[in-house]
Design a protein around this ligand. Structure first.
Ligand code: SF4
Length: 429
């Protein structure tokens, strides 16, 4: 009988991509993939350590495993394995602690384990790009890792410490990975990494890479995942006029206050951000901007927070991922004075959430009467299909004769649902 493996991923899309790729290795070797809530022979927890809350959730997740099956093999990997390696290694319920650069070898480790051969994690090959394209059964869109690590050292961020220095994947490998994903039948490719705008390898920068990816033949579209507002300009903005590149960016603002951006050691000013947005909107007026905003950075005053609110309203981000600043050991912000009280951070994050809700409703309403090319994710029992259009918001429509998911369907938007997410409703064209 096939061995059963369960996976759980916390944190960013890059982590998700890496889990998907490792999962595919097990599928291809005949293992059975089960839900994390089920009993399995091995559990792999791909952790996140970006905030205190991420640490907490990661711990909660791997602690569940022992209760579920005390005899199971437990592998803990991801950024916590880099940031809290000693703690994890001294926990005797954890069988293997695997750092990020060895994550791509988890299949070899576990497969050997089940064959009675115990490999020390340090013997595994370190390769930050040792990940193949994910099996189509796993996801609707295929993420492709083009870069890892970051050299920016924003003063609040632990990522450069746990993901390491920036490194870009050779274009030949990116292309190979994408072609595999297209052969598997994927129709949407998401370029991902830690700081992808800073891609640099063999004389190519991020804009060059996007241009080259768009030239790969095939019926598919390309999405850019979360990106810092730096390292690209007009060349990329012009590429958005190619219908193959989706009109959406998750462009990380963090704060709308110049003073706070400087203290965070971000590489742009609020004005730079505004100029970037307006240049894109001049080319594509209905472009979708989403963002990350951090509230309660040390020293953030009420008026500086209000500046952030103003920018968030003005740009109209249709989705805002709000973080409350949390101290990360070893970062410069840890030593900054004037840490903001937790209560104030909570109040500020609720205010940002309200702004985000209003923005979302307004942005999505502006599509009523317009078309969207939806990549269908699922068709539910009540006969409704759901997926994301090119502008990246959820669209629901009556499936009628449609039976196939993971393909495009052109629809016309006719309203918004009054659900929590203001899901857009539509009719096939
Ligand atoms: S750009 Fe800043 S926030 Fe983003 S990963 Fe690098 S250090 Fe962290």
């Amino acid at each position: 009988m096939a061995r059963k493996i369960a996976f759980k991923t916390l944190g960013c899309r890059l982590n998700q991509y890496e889990t998907d790729s490792v999962t595919s290795d097990f599928i291809n070797a005949g293992y059975e993939i089960v839900n994390f809530s089920e009993e399995a022979d091995a559990y792999v927890v791909n952790t996140c350590t970006v905030t205190n809350m991420s640490d907490h959730k990661s711990r909660q997740t791997y602690n569940q495993v022992y209760r579920r099956n005390p005899d199971a093999v437990l592998v803990v990997t991801g950024c916590m394995a880099n940031n809290h390696k000693e703690d994890l290694e001294s926990n005797n319920r954890i069988t293997y602690t695997i750092k990020n650069d060895r994550k791509g070898s988890i299949f070899n480790l576990l497969d050997s384990h089940f064959k009675g051969e115990i490999i020390s994690p340090d013997q595994l090959k370190a390769d930050r790009f040792g990940f193949g394209a994910a099996e189509k059964s796993i996801r609707t869109r295929s993420m492709i890792k083009i870069q890892d690590g970051c050299n920016n050292f924003c003063t609040f961020c632990i990522v450069p410490h746990v993901r390491g220095r920036a490194e870009s994947r050779p274009y030949s490998e990116i292309e190979k990975n994408i072609k595999h994903a297209l052969e598997f039948g994927y129709k949407e490719i998401v370029l991902t990494g830690v700081n992808i705008g800073r891609y640099e390898r063999d004389g190519l920068n991020f804009e060059d890479i996007v241009g080259k990816v768009l030239e790969i033949p095939g019926y598919f579209r390309v999405r850019i995942s979360s990106i810092e507002p730096e390292g690209f300009g007009d060349k990329l903005f012009n590429l958005f006029q190619n219908p193959k590149l989706t009109p959406h960016l998750h462009l990380c603002l963090q704060s709308g206050s110049e003073k706070i951006l400087l203290a965070m050691r971000r590489q742009y000013s609020v004005d730079d951000f505004r100029i970037m947005v307006s240049k894109i909107l001049n080319r594509i007026p209905d472009f979708n901007f989403t963002t990350d905003i951090m509230v309660g950075f040390p020293g953030e005053t009420e008026s500086e927070f209000r500046e952030t609110c103003k920018v968030a309203e003005e740009i109209g981000f249709s989705h805002i991922h709000t973080f409350k600043y949390s101290v990360r050991k070893g970062t410069r912000a840890e030593r900054m004075p004037n840490q903001v009280q937790e209560k104030v951070k909570t109040e500020r994050s609720l205010i940002i959430r309200d702004i985000a809700e209003n923005n979302k409703k307004k942005y999505r309403s502006s599509f009523i009467g317009k078309t969207q090319k939806v990549l269908v994710e699922k068709i539910d029992k009540t006969g409704f299909a759901k997926g994301y259009g090119e502008h990246y918001f959820p669209v629901r429509f009556k499936a009628d004769e449609l039976t196939q998911t993971k393909d495009f369907k052109l629809v016309r938007v006719n309203g918004l649902l009054d659900d929590q997410d203001f899901t857009v409703t539509a009719k096939p064209v």
